[in-house]
Design a protein around this ligand. Structure first.
Ligand code: CP
Length: 319
């Protein structure tokens, strides 16, 4: 098996060999991105439409750069100024854009499952750029690439994911990916921010951060997802930082060479100490951003190959 998926909607249905194939290709795109030329034509002639129904800096910018570096015609829909504002539904919007023959549709939406639903209605490849609290597959893939490059492997590592697990699609996608690659995952956070039934994922759960960090190879911090909270989940940000904010003292419980990750955007002084986030000896946060472009290039390259194969097969059966 190499990479057989038609869409990239989540980590859930990816096989470990598909993950490895994508990461290997992304490694090659890291080299391209570090070169002077930064350009390839693997998506030449293809049209990529980015539809972001939720705010984004990293994901939207890196999908746009990824498409442009691979030679696609890239269009960013300004969803805040689209006919969605006049009441047009997600599906009607998707069908309208589908009629313009895009090849790659990149979608971020606040509702869990919205991107899967949309993928059923269009005849191009769909990439999930984050849907509600469901999945954020390219984030987990870029995190995996960052870990593999920093640690030299992506198996038998102890990874501590800390903070607002309940509202986090990043946590869910990472949990799935790291489990598939045979890592030990620990979830750390207050019980109010831990989803019900989380033990089914085969991970350990801690509400004491120091205990959860003990001997960890990787410490992944999460943002408090206030936009998805419908009540008070923490007593105060000050109290939260005291118990769950990562600083040098708490990090000392992890391995001496443990790396610090954060998907961004960060709330300095709420979930992470600003000095630690900027410490290039421990923090790989900027590397995560760099890997984001390469992973999105790899994902679109592989999906475009499958799309072209599918179209060729269809054309051959109709002659
Ligand atoms: N990590 C992440 O998804 O960041 P953005 O919301 O800025 O895209």
């Amino acid at each position: 098996m190499t990479f057989t998926a038609r869409h990239l909607l989540g980590i859930e249905h990816l096989h470990p060999t598909e993950i490895t194939t994508l990461l290997d290709l992304a490694d090659r795109y890291v080299e391209l991105n570090r070169s002077t030329a930064k350009h390839s034509d693997v998506l030449a002639g293809l049209t990529q439409i980015n539809m972001f129904f939720e705010a984004s800096t990293r994901t939207q910018a890196s999908f746009e750069l990824a498409g442009k570096r691979l030679g696609a015609d890239v269009m960013n829909m300004a969803m805040a100024h689209s006919s969605v504002k006049k009441g047009e539904t997600l599906i009607d919007t998707a069908l309208t854009l589908n009629a313009m023959h895009p090849d790659l549709l990149v979608v971020r939406h606040p509702a869990s499952g919205a991107v899967n639903l949309l993928a059923e209605k269009v005849n191009c490849a769909v990439l999930n750029a984050g849907d509600g609290r469901h999945e954020h597959p390219t984030q987990a893939l870029l995190d995996a690439l960052t870990i593999r490059r920093a640690k030299g492997r992506l198996h038998r590592l102890t990874v501590a994911i800390c903070g607002d697990i309940a509202h986090s699609r990043v946590a869910r996608s990472n949990l799935l990916l790291l489990g598939k690659m045979e890592n030990r995952v620990r979830l750390i956070g207050p019980p109010t921010l831990m989803p019900a039934g989380v033990a089914e994922f085969g991970c350990e759960v801690f509400d004491d951060m120091r205990a959860g960090l003990e001997g960890a190879d990787v410490v992944m911090m999460l943002r408090l997802q206030k936009e998805r909270m419908d009540g008070a989940f923490i007593p105060s940000e000050r109290e939260y930082y005291h118990r769950y904010g990562l600083d040098a003292e708490k990090l000392a419980h992890a391995k001496d060479d443990a790396i610090v990750m954060h998907p961004g955007p960060m709330n300095r002084g709420v979930e992470i100490d600003g000095t630690l986030a900027d410490d290039i000896n421990r923090s790989v946060i900027q590397e995560q951003v760099e890997m984001g472009v390469a992973v999105r290039m790899a994902a679109m390259d592989l999906l475009a190959q499958n799309l072209r194969r599918e179209r060729l097969k269809k054309a051959l059966t109709t002659v």
